[in-house]
Design a protein around this ligand. Structure first.
Ligand code: G
Ligand code: G
Ligand code: MN
Ligand code: NA
Length: 255
């Protein structure tokens, strides 16, 4: 309950920050994409994980303002990186299922915001989990369509950990599958995980989707993923989620 009171002050008191983790093109090594990950610097408790406070934000409706802040911060950042890293730089933002159920007007607001910055919709990827699409109602459907109409792309996060009812892949227009880190962790030792990754990649490509492997921690994992045609890698091997200044230093043009 105390945390809830603090959460209400977090936005006005400037306690949120976004970190950016690079998404690396496995063939070229290029870094033209990043995932934005929210951080709460609590004045007394220190850093609090979104896994802890997002559910609280959802219960209280604060998620609306927080989600808008995340989006607007990411949009300003992608504008900078489109001019000084690569003209097609993309930033992905996470959206939890609750954010889809209630925020019927967010896609239009976000589209207008991108327009004001002179950015195309393509600069933003929305990450959702497969659970959202499994019991997708009309609100969810319209919400997704509005993102698509604005040109934004959609990624399925944590792919493979949900219900693996794959029919939603043909019902919705999806751009990326993100293979969950639980399949990548033992990739070098566990032949089942290797076969699963390979099958996911083949299927995704046949459906016209690109694949991002999460939780890539070793060069061996990276090489195996590259050998089976995985498009992108994300994980500590390349970099941890970084404050924007550090991301700039490591992946900006001047570096
Ligand atoms: O770095 P990591 O601890 O950032 O993230 C923990 C969890 O929080 C992940 O499941 C991630 O998808 C989620 N998360 C991170 N940032 C955001 C955000 O801005 N919005 C939402 N809804 N979830 C986020
Ligand atoms: O649910 P989502 O995929 O959005 O969250 C990504 C989470 O994975 C974040 O908490 C992020 O900090 C974490 N993460 C990113 N790269 C790695 C990695 O290489 N290994 C592990 N164990 N976690 C990672
Ligand atoms: Mn994610
Ligand atoms: Na994930």
């Amino acid at each position: 309950a105390a945390l809830l009171g603090d959460l209400r002050n977090a936005l006005p008191d400037n306690q949120f920050a976004l970190c950016y983790q690079p998404i690396v093109d496995l063939l070229s090594g290029d870094v033209h994409k990043a995932e934005a990950l929210l951080r709460w610097q609590h004045p007394r408790r220190g850093l609090i994980s979104p896994a802890e406070f997002i559910p609280l934000a959802e219960e209280t409706g604060l998620i609306r303002e927080i989600g808008d802040w995340v989006f607007e911060s990411a949009a300003k950042q992608v504008q900078t990186w489109r001019s000084n890293i690569h003209p097609e730089f993309q930033i992905s933002v996470n959206k939890s299922p609750v954010q889809f159920q209630s925020l019927e007007h967010a896609p239009e607001d976000w589209f207008a915001y991108l327009n004001r910055l002179g950015l195309s919709g393509q600069s933003i990827v929305v990450e959702i989990t497969e659970g959202l699409l499994l019991d997708a109602n009309l609100v969810v459907h319209n919400h997704l369509m509005a993102f698509r109409d604005a040109g934004m792309q959609v990624a399925i996060d944590d792919f493979g950990t949900g219900y693996s009812a794959l029919s939603y892949l043909k019902k919705f227009d999806i751009d990326y599958l993100k293979i969950d880190q639980s399949f990548v962790r033992n990739l070098s030792e566990d032949s089942n995980d290797f076969v699963l990754c390979e099958a996911i990649i083949v299927m995704a490509h046949k459906l016209g989707l690109k694949v991002i492997a999460e939780g890539v921690e070793t060069a061996q994992q990276r090489d195996l993923l590259t050998s089976i045609g995985c498009d992108y890698g994300q994980g500590y091997l390349f970099a941890k989620p970084l404050p924007a200044e550090l991301f700039d230093q490591q992946f900006g043009k001047s570096s």
